[in-house]
Design a protein around this ligand. Structure first.
Ligand code: 4AD
Ligand code: MG
Length: 467
């Protein structure tokens, strides 16, 4: 039985066996056992006088035990029930002088170096249980809304997205003078940066699809928001215009966050306290005005602000930090790309709410976005979240064959590479839209963690691919 099951329906007086890892062993008497099923430990009370001394010595922080005993109401503070130990078996030792995780506070940086062991801490247990719950909520949301889970390929033969630098996939030996026609696939191939283009092909037959898979970007971005390997959720819907796309993104984000508010209470309360504690160490101006749970609730219960790129530029141009030259990238002319400092100003200072910006200048966005009648903006949208910046981005897609063909040519993609994409516009084209959500950015937001490397089990970043 898992500790979670025992605690949910405690059968006082029952003889049970629990298996897990020792978090601490106090006074030769109290073992705090954690099995990862939930945040709570099971307190196991041992009568050391009755136990073999040699076996007792093996009960150390990090060791793995199977404990059998009787579930009893606890008189102690901090738990309602405990196990009175009748017998235990050491399944795996953890030598005290070598085991790096001791019952004390370790820095997140240190824990990143021992990412193989960090799932055994309260913080990472909570983060990864929440990551699972968000993933489950995403699948259940789309299933309920009539979407089909669509598996886009991970190895791609087209460099179409233009979303960033790609990793090459090849079986040719190093230093070979053979060209890519002799390579495994007979052409140059890469790890995908997005499943969108193939997602669109699915939507044009199945109506509503979503991908949820790993994506790869070889950009040298060493920030707390970027990974070289991250998971992306990409819904794509036929017969949806941009407004319907934004409505879906808002409803979807609210649904997944309210799911964890409802189902992950203990972990969220733990992370909420961790977040509050972390804020205390920050200078006053950098401190968040809301606690973690409060922040999640406010996102779930309030409308997202929606404004066009042009309106956003006006607000930013007239803003205090712009006038006082506080932005690293001053807002000058219409047409410039928004930097994260601008996004954060809008979300955290000006509106104090999630913001959706739409109708961006065509030349700062991807070729497949639908051109507006003004000829200079496209039906793009970005969802910006407090403390995160861009959490999702998408668009209504260009469905007109001639316009798309022209745009493909203008960005210099050979038509032979995208013939299949263009054919969906030639045969039975229709208005359609979609967006991509960076899953780790959602986990970051929901857990209140400060660094994206701490919300994926084994982060891949420039110069680092350990474990
Ligand atoms: O804005 P992006 O590049 O958009 C696309 O790839 C589109 N094809 C999506 C679509 O319309 N179907 O990426 C989408 C999201 C971003 O909003 C961000 O949350 C996340 O993916 N993202 C990253 N997350 C972690 N590390 C990175 N290096 C990321 N790059 C983008
Ligand atoms: Mg984007």
């Amino acid at each position: 039985m898992s500790i979670k099951q025992v605690l949910q329906q405690p059968e006082i007086g029952a003889k049970i066996t629990v298996k897990g890892w020792v978090r601490s062993f106090r006074s030769n008497r109290f073992i705090a056992l954690n099995d990862g099923s939930c945040l709570a430990n099971m307190q196991c009370v041992i009568d050391f006088e009755k136990e073999d001394e040699k076996q007792l010595k093996r009960v150390t922080t990090g060791s793995c035990l199977a404990i059998t005993g009787v579930l009893t109401e606890s008189k102690g503070k901090g738990q309602t029930v405990e196990v009175i130990v009748e017998g235990f078996e050491v399944l795996g030792d953890a030598p005290v002088d070598e085991y790096p995780l001791q019952p004390k506070k370790h820095s997140l940086e240190f824990l990143r170096e021992i990412a193989h062991l960090r799932p055994r801490t309260n913080t990472f247990g909570a983060v990864f249980r929440l990551r699972h719950a968000l993933s489950f909520a995403i699948h259940s949301y789309f299933n309920k809304e009539g979407f089909f889970n669509w598996h886009s390929p991970i190895i791609t033969g087209s460099d179409a997205e233009g979303a960033g630098e790609m990793f090459r996939v090849s079986t040719l030996p190093n230093g070979t003078d053979k060209d890519s026609s002799e390579d495994f696939f007979g052409k140059e191939t890469h790890l995908t940066v997005s499943g969108q283009l193939e997602g669109e092909l699915g939507a044009m037959g199945l109506g509503k699809v979503y991908t949820f898979g790993p994506t790869f970007r070889a950009e040298n971005s060493n920030t707390t928001r970027h990974l070289a390997e991250f998971w992306m959720v990409e819904p794509e819907m036929a017969f949806h215009d941009l407004e319907m796309n934004i409505d879906l993104a808002e409803d979807f984000l609210k649904h997944t966050l309210s799911y964890v508010l409802e189902h992950c209470r203990a972990d969220l309360e733990f992370l909420d306290a961790r977040f509050a504690d972390e804020q205390k160490g920050k200078p006053t101006i950098e401190r968040a005005d809301q606690g973690l749970i409060e922040k999640l609730e406010s996102v779930v219960h309030n409308d997202f602000i929606r404004l066009s790129y042009t309106e956003a530029i006006d607000i930013l141009r007239n803003s205090k930090p712009n006038k006082k030259k506080k932005f690293k990238y001053p807002i000058t002319d219409w047409g410039i790309d928004l930097q994260s400092e601008h996004e954060r100003f809008l979300v955290e200072k000006h509106f104090k709410a999630p913001v959706v910006i739409y109708d961006y200048p065509a030349n700062i966005k991807a070729f497949y976005m639908r051109l507006n009648d003004d000829g200079k903006t496209v039906r793009a949208m970005d969802v910006l979240f407090p403390g995160i910046g861009e959490i999702a981005g998408g668009s209504q897609r260009e469905e007109r064959y001639d316009v798309l063909k022209e745009k493909v040519a203008a960005v210099g993609i050979p038509e032979e590479e995208l013939w299949w994409y263009l054919e969906t516009r030639k045969f039975g084209t229709c208005i359609h839209s979609g967006f991509g959500l960076g899953f780790e950015r959602l986990v970051l937001f929901a857990t209140g963690m400060g660094n994206i490397r701490d919300v994926i089990p084994f982060p891949r970043t420039p110069g680092s691919a350990n474990f």
